[in-house]
Design a protein around this ligand. Structure first.
Ligand code: UDP
Ligand code: MG
Length: 326
């Protein structure tokens, strides 16, 4: 297979009911784009007939279909990484297998790439999901916007297009739990967003119950922000500082009203001793220490993830200038 212009990566987990509709609709749309393409399905350890259906489709359209089969369920985002590792297109579009992302929208993403963007995120115009998920998403989008450097309107939308450079960088990131749209964003030079349609699932039901959604959002927050660790330090400092202020105030008052004439040394010592306030001070110091340890853990975490530290856009130099050997 020649290197195609476009790769479409689709993670598939227990989607047997919807796959025939997906095949029937996707290929005509892609054929109509008039460019070479491949569709990469990553079967994420489905327990239904999805793998068999994908194999049939591969036999039907081997020119434009490639299938990666996982042994076990590793999660949507790792499935997409596997797709990134195996795709060859100049541009890569990710989308869901349940037709919630209409294939017709691919043209819109590609048009934005033609305009010079290397990362195009989809923003669902009218999201067709249950109300509590829409609500939770809004909250998480808001939180992420504040505590990470990732800026996007609709983090949950998987209909996105990436340049070859970004896909290579994501595939090279050796992360285990990650969030592809955010990770790819960190490598983007000129990201943009376009509005896309969203539809109800063709068949089957969502694979994201509440617990899995919470896990996913933990991946997002811990993967791209150290703020949760820093919160402990900040809170600890605040508690200590308040305790200290209270202590100074209380002691000053006691010294003022204390009768030094008839007091013995025990009573005089008691003036300076306030268990509750001092305990708060110590708790604050402990939390600060915990946060400090967290800072180091956070740094270790960043180090072991070993993401590319920077992405070079271009090096301007004469031919033959080679970097010095170290
Ligand atoms: N998916 C996957 N592995 C999983 C869960 C989901 O590959 O563990 C795929 C699923 O087949 C679909 C996409 O990820 O193509 C989005 O999943 P789903 O539609 O269940 O999520 P929702 O639309 O409810 O957010
Ligand atoms: Mg879906």
């Amino acid at each position: 297979m020649e290197k195609p212009k476009l790769s479409v990566v689709i993670p598939v987990f227990n989607e047997e009911a919807g796959l025939p509709a997906l095949f029937a609709r996707r290929y005509p749309v892609l054929d109509a784009l008039g460019m070479s393409y491949e569709v990469i399905y990553v079967n994420d350890g489905s327990r239904d007939r999805s793998a068999a259906l994908l194999r049939e489709q591969w036999q039907r359209r081997p020119d434009t279909t490639r299938v990666v089969l996982f042994n076990a369920n590793c999660g949507q985002h790792l499935a997409i990484i596997a797709g990134f590792e195996h795709c060859r297109g100049e541009r890569v579009v990710t989308m869901d297998a349940d037709l919630q992302n209409p294939p017709e929208e691919i043209a819109r993403l590609l048009a934005a790439m033609d305009a010079g963007h290397d990362y195009v995120g989809g923003v669902r115009r009218k999201r067709e999901d249950v109300w509590w998920r829409r609500l939770a998403s809004r909250g998480m989008n808001h939180l992420r916007e504040r505590i990470t450097r990732i800026h996007m309107t609709d983090q949950g939308c998987m209909l996105r297009a990436y340049s070859r450079e970004i896909v290579t960088a994501v595939a090279a990131s050796r992360e285990i739990s990650t969030f592809i749209p955010a990770l790819a964003y960190t490598y983007a030079v000129n990201p943009t967003e376009v509005e896309v349609e969203h539809a109800v699932r063709v068949a089957g039901k969502s694979h994201y119950p509440l617990y899995k959604l919470i896990r996913l959002n933990f991946d997002l927050i811990t993967g791209f922000s150290l703020v949760p660790l820093q919160l402990f330090s900040l809170f600890g400092m605040l508690v200590s500082a308040l305790a200290l202020l209270t202590y100074v105030g209380v002691i000053a008052y006691r010294l003022f009203v204390f009768d030094w004439q008839d007091a013995n040394w025990q009573e005089a010592t008691a003036v300076f001793w306030d268990r509750d306030i001092l305990a708060f001070f110590l708790i604050g110091a402990l939390l600060f220490g915990l946060g400090l340890v967290g800072e180091y853990v956070g740094r270790i975490y960043q180090q072991v993830r070993a993401r590319p530290r920077y992405m070079i856009n271009a090096v301007l130099e004469r031919d033959g200038d080679t970097p010095p050997k170290r």
